[in-house]
Design a binder for this molecule. Structure first.
Ligand code: FEO
Length: 397
């Protein structure tokens, strides 16, 4: 595939990772891209880079446009190796190129590659002139690492947003407007839920900065480029960053040993259904934790169930609970449930993992526990109890 012209003298020259299926635990069923952007101006500038094994692909694309040794400036918006892995080879070609990044970027790149390249430290608001264009830098620490920043070109109204506004999609299309919008938005939601969510307070600050910019194009470092639907993706980020979940959505997430916990899960589902609340039943044996997170981002109610196994919870449930805690959704209502034989420890463990302020910190409903196998009356009683609990939560101001 060739370099893709985005504007006069501005090109996409990144790499496409068609086969990527796992991004440190996040299932990337559609692959991904690592986007790099070449600006031909008085100073030839490359913004961002690619994973190490796509370096040759990037160089091939750059070579269609110019001799890569003519690049003067590198803008490194992020240290993480999906966006910097090609640097050691590139710097052999360009030993004198200036690398513009912030103090955390310089520190991180030195710690990764043990090289003292020609770094130029920039701070928020700093601008460099590359000829007929200027590039303005805004540091965005923790969206997604301490070194993250975005680069804005006022003359082109382009925001090079790095990890923000990205999606893991490998495709021959480069623009979001050329791809089914519902899939791009769903992948952007999954990306936010699995990568960006814990840094929502920092995203809120970025959104304040973005609100003051005139933006005609958002060039993220993963997936498709936004030329249309820009207000839509910014509004979606606002919703996600402020943890605005939907009051009529509930997730019932569980694993089960002899189906007793599953029976409880269905009794809980009946309660939500009776109150007109949409539910998803998510058995952890059949649903990946990173796909479940995509639903967590919208759902107000998070119910988590496990039978007691060895005085604890089932391993699938533990994996999900710790993944959930790390991604730190806020302002949710939680419910712990499960069956047990004699000890019954799984239910207080889940109640603690969901409700303790040092864990997920959700507003908890009364937990549900059943010894061995629930009978029909017990299941009806659970439905009634949960309906009452939901009504109580709804009545709260
Ligand atoms: Fe796509 Fe934080 O790297």
């Amino acid at each position: 595939m060739k370099a893709v012209r985005l504007r006069d003298n501005i090109w996409w020259v990144g790499g496409i990772d068609w086969d990527l299926r796992n991004f440190h635990g996040y299932l990337t069923q559609r692959g991904s891209t690592y986007n790099a952007y070449l600006i031909i101006d008085k100073k030839i500038t490359l913004i961002d880079n690619v994973k190490h094994y796509l370096y040759d692909e990037m160089i091939e694309r750059i070579s269609e446009i110019i001799d890569p040794t003519r690049i003067d400036y590198l803008i490194q918006n992020h240290v993480e190796m999906d966006h910097s892995g090609g640097m050691p080879k590139l710097m052999k070609l360009l030993p004198n190129a200036r690398i513009f990044t912030n103090a955390n970027g310089i520190k991180g790149l030195k710690l990764h590659y043990k090289e003292d390249w020609n770094f130029r430290e920039i701070k928020t608001g700093d601008t460099i002139n590359i000829g007929s264009r200027n590039l303005v830098f805004v540091t965005t620490p923790m969206v997604h690492w301490p070194d993250n920043m975005v680069t804005y070109c006022p003359e082109e109204k382009i925001l090079f947003s790095n990890d923000a506004f990205g999606q893991h999609i490998a495709s021959s299309e480069r623009l979001a407007s050329d791809y089914p919008l519902s899939i791009v938005m769903e992948e952007a939601r999954k990306y936010y839920a699995n990568i960006v969510l814990p840094y929502s307070p920092q995203v809120q600050k970025v959104l304040t900065i973005v609100a003051d910019l005139e933006i005609g194009m958002i060039c993220p470092s993963h997936g498709l480029i936004w030329t249309e639907h820009i207000p839509q993706i910014i509004q979606a980020y606002h919703t996600w960053a402020y943890n605005e979940s939907e009051a009529d959505r509930a997730l019932i997430i569980y694993d089960t040993m002899w189906r007793s916990t599953e029976m409880i899960a269905h009794a809980i589902q009946n309660a939500f259904e009776n109150l007109g609340i949409h539910t998803r039943m998510l058995n952890l044996q059949h649903n990946h934790i990173s796909d479940i997170m995509t639903d967590v981002i919208s759902a107000r109610y998070i119910c988590l169930g496990s039978p007691t196994l060895n005085s604890s919870i089932l391993p699938n449930v533990a994996a999900f609970a710790y993944y959930l805690k790390g991604l730190a959704p806020k302002k949710r209502i939680g419910l712990a449930f499960g069956s047990y034989g004699w000890g019954g420890q799984s239910i207080p463990i889940l109640h603690h993992l969901l409700g303790d302020p040092k864990e997920c910190g959700f507003d908890m409903m009364e937990p549900v526990k059943v010894q061995y196998i629930p009978d029909a009356d017990t299941l009806k009683g659970i439905t009634k109890q949960i309906e009452q609990n939901i009504n109580n939560k709804m009545e709260k101001p």
